[in-house]
Design a protein around this ligand. Structure first.
Ligand code: PLP
Length: 404
């Protein structure tokens, strides 16, 4: 099957199940909850009884039947790639890192924003806006630039400098806001009227999650249409975790995978752990986290609109939610760089810390196949300083180099 065909049929409110027309522009449902794209999986199963992706490119568009884009001419691409599963060599069991830092703009945000901006482009939208901790804004700016759209980004003022400059360099109008991402989200929401922009906030439009879903489709394909035992995911807004959960469900309905599910582990920082707190309390929704702070800026999300969907996926999977200390995250970035040659982003390193702790407390066995998500390249973050110098006009003491 090589022609372009999407099997998307309608949108559905994630809380009430109410149906919405997929050919109209939507943000949230009438109940104020995320909308999810639904597909005619029976028709796809009849047309493609087994996965048949030979001959397609190694990008997320290979899964086009399970994506909402109806016409190929709207597709915006920056050369998305299948991200590798890199095995950690110093771990006792099979620990694979899905390295999302290889995607355009250096993070997995490219998946979601590639889809969201492509859909907006197809709807003829000319102006988009986003609250961002850095990576999402950079990805939106890049795809919007390709579409010839105007983009507006609002980021907490301490967002990594490289992200702010990256957004601006890719044509966005970017503001540093003296608040957190939820404060930025309020500015975007309230600006819809006066600015006429499309709000691309996490889960406030239905398509970013479909892009993030491809992490789950791709992972299953890479594992020979199987799933791992445990997935550790650095959770902010949770789109990736919810998206992967949706992917596994769709794949099972297609009969391409069985009923086995990975335990989904939502990893947060102890400085911002609303999902962990709600999971521990058994709550359905997460309360706003006050005074949120963490070096892992991507997961500094004090309130997530999809909180109930994250918690549901974690619970249904028999997984758990776990918060790790910033000091351990920073130590893990250094350790993994030195010992594995893998420069992770702090959010990715957080999943490693959570995995190590789970190995110690027995929640993960050495025989488990574990996948950690490194969601961005470590090169986008401030690195520890390194400043040894040599005076080439003086004799070099080579023995001292080894001893340094
Ligand atoms: C590097 C990184 N990791 C993790 C996250 C959290 O992703 P999600 O919104 O899917 O929970 C973000 C979001 O900004 C991020 O930039």
């Amino acid at each position: 099957m090589t022609e372009w065909r999407s099997y998307a049929t309608h949108l559905e409110c994630s809380a009430t199940g109410e149906r919405y027309d997929i050919d109209q522009v939507h943000n949230l449902s009438a109940a104020g909850k995320p909308l999810l794209v639904r597909y005619d999986l029976d028709a796809l199963k009849a047309a493609m009884p087994a996965p048949a992706y030979e001959g397609r490119g190694p990008d997320l568009w290979r899964y086009r039947e399970l994506l909402p884009v109806r016409e190929e001419k709207h597709v915006l691409s920056l050369g998305e790639v299948t991200t590798p599963l890199v095995r950690l060599l110093r771990e006792p069991g099979e620990v694979l890192v899905k390295d999302e830092g290889r995607l355009p703009t250096g993070s997995f945000k490219a998946r979601g924003l590639c889809l969201a901006v492509t859909m907006a482009h197809g709807f003829g939208i000319k102006r988009v806006a986003i609250p961002t901790n850095g990576n999402a804004g950079a990805a939106m700016a890049a795809y919007a630039a390709r579409a010839g759209m105007e983009s507006y980004c609002f980021a907490p003022e301490d967002t990594p400098e490289v992200n702010i400059r990256e957004m601006a360099a890719q044509g966005a109008k970017v503001w540093r806001v003296n608040g957190l991402i939820n404060d930025c989200g309020k500015i975007v929401g309230e600006g819809k009227g006066p600015m006429g922009w499309f709000d691309v906030s996490t889960l406030k439009e239905p398509y970013r999650i479909e892009g993030k879903k491809t992490m789950g489709l791709e992972l299953a394909e890479q594992l020979g249409w199987d799933v791992p035992d445990v997935i550790f995911y650095p959770t902010g807004g949770g789109t990736g975790l919810i998206g992967m959960w949706k992917a596994f469900d769709e794949l099972e309905q297609l009969g391409w995978i069985g009923s086995k599910r990975p335990k989904m582990v939502a990893v947060q920082s102890t400085g911002c752990a609303p999902i962990v707190r709600a999971w521990e309390r058994g709550d359905e929704h997460a309360e706003l986290w006050q005074n949120a702070h963490t070096v892992a800026s991507g997961i500094r999300v004090p309130a997530a609109i999809g909180d109930f969907l994250i918690l549901r996926a974690v619970r249904e999977s028999n997984g758990w939610a776990h918060a790790v200390e910033d000091a351990d995250i920073e130590a893990a970035v250094v350790q993994l760089g030195r010992e594995e040659g893998f420069l992770m982003c702090p959010e990715g390193a957080a999943t490693y810390v959570a995995y190590r702790q789970a190995l110690v407390d027995g929640r993960v066995a050495k025989s488990d196949r574990v996948v950690l998500y490194n969601c961005a390249t470590g090169l986008k973050y401030p690195l520890p300083p390194s400043d040894w110098r040599l005076d080439r006009t003086q004799p070099i003491d080579y023995a001292a180099l080894a001893a340094a």
